[in-house]
Design a protein around this ligand. Structure first.
Ligand SMILES: *Cc1c(COP(=O)(O)O)cnc(C)c1O
Length: 385
């Protein structure tokens, strides 16, 4: 039944073919397996694709966020405004830099951060705004950029879900001060683990490269060719050449992957259109979403049970449903460290109670898609009031 090697249909999955494997093998046979030419080439190609001037590839998307927060100057006492509906890597990155994540509630249609809610959270300590293009739908980037411009804030866009998405005809990666990507296997293209920061700023670019490599600066070579200094603390956030070889090979398929994701999302939308108990995702007129995930919301008042039972019934049918995400302010760490509590962000919390992520990845067969649709229909019918 499934397009994969077992009958379980996960919510996301990579698609690696023989050409990808040959590219990695070739890189492994070369003289460089890390810090070589494949990294430069991958950075150049992704920057070109996204319409950014510069790109810095790193070990994973979380490292990309951490590096971006660091070079944006987030430090002790600073605040960064972001959405509660994200993977905690977004906010963890702020905390690594000793900053405080401040949340602004979401818009109920796109599930992205609400620019008006951002206005209400601005303070003298605000240093950055971190919008997340949730599920692959661009956030309201023009409004956010305008708020940032007025206040001199840095916009770090978490586009881990949104490689290839478009906002008002512009590619994601060409809009914010820095845009971060992830190449984890469930994302649009994979390098195993991997991430990237895109920017048009020469200054951020230089700083990011130094941060990726321990903070090492080599501009005092008159003291000797071996000589380097560390001015600011950095990390080893490097990615390898053979990972970037995989990334280059995957990038060739990105447009096809996106097209297939949009095709599956359209089929889901069509199948669930008449089902009152299900709210399907919204795509705004000015956006082209890339459907990293496909999230339905249950109209709980029309059902006999809560999300937990429906979720379990779908898992029993071998469907790898998931929930994205527990609002970040409800994690015990964030409650303990920053005093957040249930009730702080009602829209995000309400969304969370209703959300179920259905499987969506390019390698899914039409049969997989129809099996998911049929199973959802059956389960909903069983629990209908
Ligand atoms: C995947 C993801 C990340 C982190 O990426 P990794 O490569 O797994 O470290 C960050 N933010 C969001 C929204 C993500 O989905």
């Amino acid at each position: 039944m499934s397009s994969l090697k077992n009958d379980f249909i996960p919510y996301g999955h990579q698609w690696i073919d023989d050409e990808d494997i040959e590219s990695v093998a070739e890189a492994l046979r070369s003289d460089w397996i890390t810090q070589g030419r494949k990294i430069d080439e991958f950075e150049r190609r992704v920057a070109e694709y996204c319409g950014a001037k510069y790109a810095v590839a790193v070990a994973n998307g979380t490292a990309a966020l951490h590096a971006a927060c660091a070079v944006a100057g987030i430090s002790e006492g600073d605040e960064a405004i972001t959405t509660p509906i994200t993977f905690p890597a977004t906010t963890n990155a702020v905390v690594y830099c000793n900053g405080k994540p401040v949340f602004a509630d979401i818009k109920e249609d796109t599930l992205n951060i609400d620019p008006e809610a951002i206005q209400n959270k601005l303070s003298a300590k605000t240093k950055a705004i971190l919008p997340v293009d949730f599920a692959g739908h661009p956030a309201e980037l023009d409004e956010i950029r305008e708020i940032a411009r007025e206040r001199g804030l840095v916009v770090i866009e978490d586009a881990a879900h949104a490689l290839g998405a478009e906002y008002k005809g512009r590619r994601i990666g060409s809009i914010s001060d820095m845009t971060i990507l992830s190449f984890h296997p469930v994302k649009h293209i994979t390098t195993g683990e991997g991430g990237m920061i895109l920017t048009d700023s020469r200054e951020f670019y230089e700083k990011l490269k130094i941060f990726r490599h321990h903070g090492i600066v080599r501009d005092n070579q008159d003291k000797g060719l071996w000589y380097y200094e560390i001015h600011e603390l950095g990390h080893n956030f490097r990615i390898t050449d053979f990972q970037c070889a995989l990334g280059l090979s995957q990038l060739k398929k990105l447009d096809r992957f996106i097209q297939r994701r949009r095709e599956i999302a359209a089929r889901y939308n069509e199948a669930f259109a008449g089902i009152e108990e299900i709210i399907t995702p919204v795509e705004r007129e000015d956006a082209q979403a890339v459907y990293h995930i496909y999230v339905i919301q249950l109209q709980l008042e029309k059902l006999k049970s809560d999300r937990k039972e429906i979720f379990k019934a779908l898992r029993e049918k071998n469907i790898g449903v998931n929930v994205h995400y527990l609002p970040v302010h409800l994690h015990p760490f964030y409650q303990r460290k920053f005093g957040y509590k249930k009730g702080d962000y009602p829209k995000a919390e309400g969304y969370y109670e209703r959300a179920i992520t259905l499987p969506l990845f390019p390698k899914m067969s039409d049969d997989d898609v129809e099996y998911v649709i049929g199973s959802v229909m059956k389960v909903i019918t069983n629990y209908r009031k």
